[in-house]
Design a binder for this molecule. Structure first.
Ligand SMILES: *Cc1c(COP(=O)(O)O)cnc(C)c1O
Length: 383
């Protein structure tokens, strides 16, 4: 019955309102449930309230995995997943271009747990293989990556994991399940910051882990002890948000592709990074593993343009730290998300102070183009 992506978004996992026959899942706020024996304890921290179980079914259906767990934030999902498969003396290989919070978790916290780590030098197979050690247990990637939209080959990552007997993990936040289902390429654990596309309205904080029953059991086992759970009220809001996930993200994909082409042609823009453009280094792999190229892009303004004046001149597109909402937002990575990264590392990653990361919303493209154009005029563009 439930096969198509939009049908999954609207119906998968929904709870029936047996009492009043209402159209949407009832919200059960109880944190205390009748005791039904040792095996049957319902408690929010055990990920098994009615609404938590319902959203888990929807998340698993979206990512085509057997199971899923919902968390209180993307970082609760990332940290619980990583620590579930890493013990003292183990080693993890990570992609170098990672979400800042994940990078901080690794470099600030892992040492005290006795967990070793290496960052792969690039996105090629050899870069990852070179970083693998005899005690490596996990390989962790993120594609498309932040902020340059680098593309990592998921089949390659799954192959490296198989050859070295590693658990493979991906942060699939930027793609969303609309554009990429990594489990279909052999990736074991799929993680989301549901704060982004799954939530989609810039108003909730949540995370998700999707995987096989066996892997979910391990994440659950640690998760119930760490306690990074999501309140049932927010679970219910997340269910509501996901109903429009397919519609939203397809509109965002479309806007991003059109904006990428618009910026590419613009004389005030020197470079555009978007996997949907033919000259993007990851375009061919993106075509193979993605259903759409996503709603995120980044671009560099020409030397003649005052970057701060441009950002201040925008009237519709909001300067904002977060991303993936239905409203378009923009930020300067060098001044915000990557402000604490040393200049040398920034240069190595190709992040200049003229680079802007653009999260496309669902507004009409004419208005978005118009806003960019008028802000460029404000910032000294004479075209
Ligand atoms: C935002 C984000 C996270 C962290 O999610 P929170 O919900 O803020 O904890 C992780 N990975 C990526 C790619 C993100 O964009």
């Amino acid at each position: 019955m439930i096969k198509g992506f939009n049908t999954i978004c609207t119906h998968a996992g929904e709870l029936e309102d047996e009492q009043y026959k209402g159209a949407v899942s009832p919200l059960y706020m109880s944190s205390s449930y009748a005791y039904e024996g040792v095996e049957q304890k319902r408690y929010p921290r055990y990920f098994n309230t009615p609404n938590q179980e319902a959203i888990a079914k929807k998340l698993a259906a979206l990512e085509q995995t057997a199971g899923a767990l919902v968390f209180g934030s993307g970082m609760a999902a990332v940290s619980t997943a990583l620590l579930a498969f890493l013990s003292k003396g183990d080693h993890v290989v990570l992609q170098r271009t990672l979400y800042g919070g994940t990078f901080n978790l690794v470099v600030e916290e892992f040492e005290k747990f006795g967990i070793e780590y290496s960052f792969a030098g690039g996105l090629e197979k050899g870069d990852f293989e070179k970083a693998v050690q005899p005690n490596t247990k996990v390989i962790y990637v993120e594609t498309p990556s932040n902020p340059l939209l680098g593309i990592t080959d998921l089949k390659m990552v799954a192959a490296v994991a198989r050859e070295h007997n590693l658990v493979s993990m991906i942060d699939n936040t930027f793609a969303s399940p609309v554009n990429q289902n990594p489990s279909q390429f052999g990736i074991d654990i799929v993680i989301h910051s549901a704060t982004k596309y799954l939530g989609g309205h810039s108003d909730i904080l949540a995370g998700a882990v999707c995987a096989s029953d066996e892997h979910i059991e391990k994440v659950f086992s640690l998760g119930k002890n760490l306690g990074g759970n999501l309140s049932d009220y927010t679970v219910w809001l997340l269910e509501r948000s996901i109903k429009t996930l397919g519609l939203r993200v397809k509109a965002q994909n479309k806007n991003a592709l059109k904006m990428a082409k618009f910026l590419k042609k613009h004389k005030a823009v020197s470079r555009v990074f978007y996997p949907g453009l033919k000259d993007h280094p990851g375009h061919e792999i993106a075509k193979e593993q993605m259903n759409g190229f996503g709603g995120m892009l980044s671009f560099e303004l020409d030397e003649a343009i005052d970057v701060s004046a441009f950002l201040e001149g925008l009237k519709l597109i909001k300067p904002s730290m977060s991303l993936a909402g239905v409203e378009s937002t923009i930020l300067s990575p060098a001044k915000t998300s990557h402000a604490l990264v040393p200049a040398e590392e920034l240069e190595q990653q190709g992040i200049s102070d003229r680079l802007l990361r653009f999260s496309l919303g669902i507004e009409d493209k004419k208005d978005l183009f118009g806003d960019i154009e008028q802000a460029l005029q404000e910032a000294g563009y004479k075209g």
